[in-house]
Ligand binder design. Structure first.
Ligand code: ADP
Ligand code: MG
Length: 657
């Protein structure tokens, strides 16, 4: 091996530069951070050709004194940290005094700066870190940095640059993060002469979110507010129905600094447990403010990662803030209102609809009946079991305590046109309720489209308008044997009765535990499964038993099921177990409580009324009430349970307006 020697200064600088400056977006990140640290209220970023050949950052901050201009480009030169104590509580985005030295080492830079209140500024040209003379320059207060030909002297690094579009996109992301982290700064982004983004800089995070992520995206968010031990959490998080296919819409800021944090990601995602679809991720813009010395920002070369002193408290504060935002979100579709009349009262465990009047009794292998919810279909007549289809013996092994519900007076539900205005006098089906805020009332529970690239619309006027006078709701009927139609004020809601009832079941099971109404099978059901499904189920037999399945190994890939929950038809046993196994394999198997939730999802679905089944008006009313009173918003898979059409939208369709 060669002799050890201290590296030449130039080589050492290039190596150091490599840590900080990876691509144009890292240059922009450092320059805009300097602009914010300089107290700017206006920052403009312009790039050409993805930023590699040209990028410019202009600010109106405090500027740099003429004699300091060349000093700023020396390594370890900073105005932000003086001594060791300062490192304990860093309140600025920069602190290492390395960025300008690193950037200048690998590019050609022109800087122009004029201190606030100054008349004449200074300019300096540097090439590969070597400064020219400082010259006088007429420029407005603030600083402009122009960086050209990034990596012109490090061809190895230049080779790794991606296409202009990809580098430009990374720069745009860096600018977006700055805009979201500092709503008090008006941030403008221009690419190849075109303005692509501008935030108002009015200090409102909501305006910044609107300008950066777009209107559609902003409307899919709910405001988040919470606090913990010496910390404050604010921001926005997406509604469960607006979750995305990746985590790229998660933005976390700690004391105004963008960070990547598995801890914060976990805290947010935990709040969506059982609300979002599997494989979807919530988007968010979350600001955490805490004491400066409660977080170490000096743990990562690009300062993108931080270390919290009190991880548990941070997790808890963020989790609870997001959870209560989701719980408080009343977009689907209404608020509460008047207490239900005494005869309508049902206890929480009475969400199961119209259970059979008496426990089903099966004679000689007839199929299990769920006829009380299926009377619209041809009621299955007692029939001989299919070959290989196991039969059940009655009575049920255990009977759920939640039956039957008190009789509701059978007031007929008037069926009217969903667009007809509500009657002036409240009828028996009506409840007085607060209408949701207008901003919410125009929203739909459909997945949000991707944000548009150019956003220069005005921010929304006001998302939380003052309380409105009360409006009533009533069930107008059911269509397609699937959707309950509810009329409320100027809007019509379509409630998916299966999705809503599934959620009601799931919440009940979560709150009270699953009390399986299981039946022993006359002959065991032999279920053939894929090898991995078979293994997943075998390792969860006690869990399956909790839900009423008694199964045992019956040869390779085969299970013999001796008992199954009443909610699962005999012919559905194999499919249901396979479905549970797949869920256990993808999400739930490592974590016992997640595994239990997965099985609960399936069982909540099985126990729910189905689209296509006939349901009585009273049952429809009960499901509608859960939704209208805000207790049910999403099915356990995160699908919306209701969508709405406003009078305006209908009028538009009919060209009435
Ligand atoms: P750091 O930000 O860690 O201090 P930099 O190398 O990024 O290190 O910047 C060095 C110094 O140059 C800063 O401490 C600051 O005093 C000055 N500076 C850099 N950019 C600006 C700017 N846009 N406005 C005012 N001062 C600046
Ligand atoms: Mg800096």
């Amino acid at each position: 091996m060669a002799r050890i020697q201290v590296l030449d200064k130039h080589v050492a600088e290039l190596i150091a530069a490599g840590e900080v400056v990876e691509r144009p977006s890292s240059v922009v990140k450092e320059l805009v951070e300097n602009a914010v640290d300089a107290g700017s209220s206006v920052v403009t970023v312009e790039i050409k050709h993805g930023g590699t050949s040209y990028l410019r950052v202009t600010d109106n901050g405090c500027g740099i004194a003429r004699e300091d201009v060349p000093v700023a480009f020396l390594r370890h030169a900073t105005s932000k940290v003086r001594d060791q104590e300062d490192l304990e509580g860093i309140g600025t985005l920069g602190f290492r005094g390395e960025a300008l030295a690193a950037i200048s080492a690998v590019s050609r830079i022109d800087v122009m700066s004029c201190p606030a209140g100054g008349v004449i500024g200074a300019s300096l040209h540097l090439e590969g870190g070597v400064p020219g003379p400082v010259e006088e320059a007429g420029c407005p207060p603030g600083t402009t940095m122009v960086v050209r030909d990034l990596f012109y002297n490090t061809p190895a690094r230049l080779k790794f640059m991606k296409k202009d579009a990809a580098e430009g996109a990374a720069v745009f992301s860096a600018v977006q993060r700055l805009a979201l982290s500092h709503p008090e700064v008006r941030v403008t982004f221009l690419r190849d002469g075109r303005q692509e983004m501008q935030t108002p800089g009015d200090g409102q995070l909501q305006s910044a979110v609107y300008a950066v992520l777009g209107r559609e995206f902003a409307l899919g968010f709910v405001p988040v507010k919470g606090s913990g031990e010496e910390m404050e959490v604010t921001g926005f998080a997406s509604r469960p129905a607006c979750c995305r296919g990746s985590r790229s819409y998660q933005h976390f800021f700690v004391n105004g600094r963008y960070v990547r944090s598995p801890l914060l990601t976990a805290a947010v995602e935990e709040a969506y447990a059982n609300q979002k679809m599997v494989g979807k991720f919530p988007g968010c813009v979350i600001h955490l403010r805490t004491k400066l010395n409660a977080v170490d920002v000096n743990v990562h070369p690009t300062k993108m990662e931080v270390k919290f002193g009190q991880e548990r408290q941070v997790f808890s504060a963020v989790y609870h803030a997001v959870l209560s935002a989701l719980e408080g979100d009343r977009v689907h579709p209404g608020a509460v209102l008047e207490r239900p009349r005494p005869h309508d009262m049902v206890t929480p465990n009475q969400t199961r609809l119209s259970p059979p009047a008496a426990p089903p009794v099966r004679a000689g292998g007839s199929l299990p009946l769920h006829d009380w919810t299926r009377s619209g279909r041809a009621s299955p007549a007692p029939a001989a079991p299919k070959a290989g289809t196991p039969s059940r013996v009655s009575p049920p092994v255990s009977v759920r305590a939640d039956q039957p519900i008190p009789a509701v007076p059978a007031a007929p539900v008037p069926i009217v046109s969903p667009v007809q205005a509500p009657p002036a006098v409240s009828g028996p089906q009506e409840r007085r309720i607060q209408p949701p805020a207008p901003a919410e009332s125009t929203e739909k529970a459909e997945p949000c489209p991707a944000p548009a690239p150019v956003r220069q619309e005005e921010p929304p006027v006001e998302q939380q308008p003052p309380a409105q006078p009360e409006a009533s709701w009533r069930v107008a009927g059911e269509v397609l044997n699937t959707y309950i139609i509810v009329e409320q004020g100027d809007r019509v809601l379509f409630i998916d009765k299966h999705a809503a009832h599934e959620r009601m079941n799931f919440d009940r099971m979560k709150a009270q535990g699953y009390d399986p109404m299981a039946q022993a099978l006359l002959a065991p059901a032999v279920c053939r499964l894929a090898p991995e499904e078979h293994a997943a189920l075998l390792s969860h037999l006690p869990l399956l038993e909790e839900f009423g399945f008694q199964a045992e190994e019956f040869g390779p890939g085969t299970l013999a099921v001796r008992q199954a929950p009443f909610d699962v038809d005999a012919e559905e046993i194999e499919g249901t177990l396979s479905q549970i196994a797949r869920k256990l394999l993808t999400t739930g198997s490592a974590d016992p409580s997640a595994a239990r939730d997965e099985v609960m999802h399936t069982m909540a679905c099985k126990a729910a009324i189905k689209g296509g089944w006939h349901t009585t008006p009273q049952e429809l009313e009960r499901v509608a009430r859960e939704v209208m009173e805000g207790r049910v918003k999403y099915c356990p898979h995160g699908r919306p349970v209701a969508i709405e059409l406003t009078r305006k939208e209908l009028e538009k369709q009919f060209r009435r307006s």
